[in-house]
Design a binder for this molecule. Sequence first.
Ligand SMILES: Nc1ncnc2c1ncn2[C@@H]1O[C@H](COP(=O)(O)OP(=O)(O)OP(=O)(O)O)[C@@H](O)[C@H]1O
Ligand SMILES: [Mg+2]
Length: 382
Amino acid sequence: MTTPDPAQMITPPAMLGILGGGQLGRYFVMAARTMGYRTTVLEPDPDAPAGKVADVHLVAPYDDHAALAEMAATCAVITTEFENAPAGALRSIEGLVPIRPSPDALATCQDRLAEKAFLDDIGVNVAPYMPITTADHLQAAADFAFPAILKTARLGYDGKGQVLVASIAGLAMAWDELGRVPCVLEQRLFLNRELSMVVGRTVDGRTACFPLAQNQHVRGVLDTTSVPATVPKGAEADAAELCIYIAEQLNFVGVLGVEMFVHQHDVLVNELAPRPHNTGHFTLDACPTSQFEQQVRAICGLALGSTNLLMPGVAMVNLMGDLWANGEPQWQFALTEPSAHLHLYGKTEARPGRKMGHLTVTTGTAMGATSLARRLRKRVTG
Ligand SMILES: Nc1ncnc2c1ncn2[C@@H]1O[C@H](COP(=O)(O)OP(=O)(O)OP(=O)(O)O)[C@@H](O)[C@H]1O
Ligand SMILES: [Mg+2]
């Protein structure tokens, strides 16, 4: 492992730019500001969580030429907080300012077909799949192993843009439902576990992995993350090796979230997130360096921070807009617990299915933390 080169570092009070103004951007901005950097957020929503904490909020579409030109002129480096940042727009300023991760890496991660082709190419296992991009593919799917999930190649998140397909008879209708856009048909697997890991990587190839996380999704949306993951000895080191390999092959700079399925005895990569990941939020309260501070360190070429788990067990539960059905949740019922850390993202409108915040519990075991976090979440709605 090389040591960081001070001459290549971007240091405070440089301006760091980020495309996207959601909660991931908000934490990035807060981490950068803590270290003395200035920040510019490009985000069309004037009320977005990151805009409220940034030095400069450019309220414009992500592909707005004037806004991108302003970022290129004022920022020392530009990053993103969501995979759908238009890679093409970023390419237009690529020669003017470092963009980390690169538009090429973003383009791979924002299209499920490109992502799976990339993973296939580098020899990483994924769930059995086939592309559905033309009517001919519908015929070709006759031999596919159903049940399967049809997923749009682009713009899906939190389980959106996905339809469960029980048999070949339902495929054409499912494709119609998704607007006949390019899709991936993926075998629906019986999963032993869902795991994820966040890896940071610098431009000179230094890497650091956060602890392996174990996740539970409810109706396609992340509900709970528990750490340490309950995996056999050696599995965490294997996962770290896999994530570093993927980051290297992508020539990735920044932090990369890798979602994994454990199916029978195989680890399959589900998808890549070219940014901090919801399952890495536990690092805010349970690691010396959060995934967001690591994003700052990685894109600025600093030393990557320590990623140890400081507590024997930690769990994070998402707080979705549904909890606001009868008004503001009764936070006092969670805040009596010293090991609980409440995070709210400053979103003004609580819609069902919208991620409004999360609650982290740090305690003696992952299992204990998980059940306490869930209990506290229940308590706040009375
Ligand atoms: N092939 C599969 N077999 C079984 N379960 C699956 C499969 N694909 C997806 N799922 C379930 O649905 C969840 C969401 O799927 P996926 O990660 O593809 O979608 P997404 O919309 O990108 O989600 P997110 O943005 O929240 O990560 C997975 O974490 C898993 O629980
Ligand atoms: Mg996912």
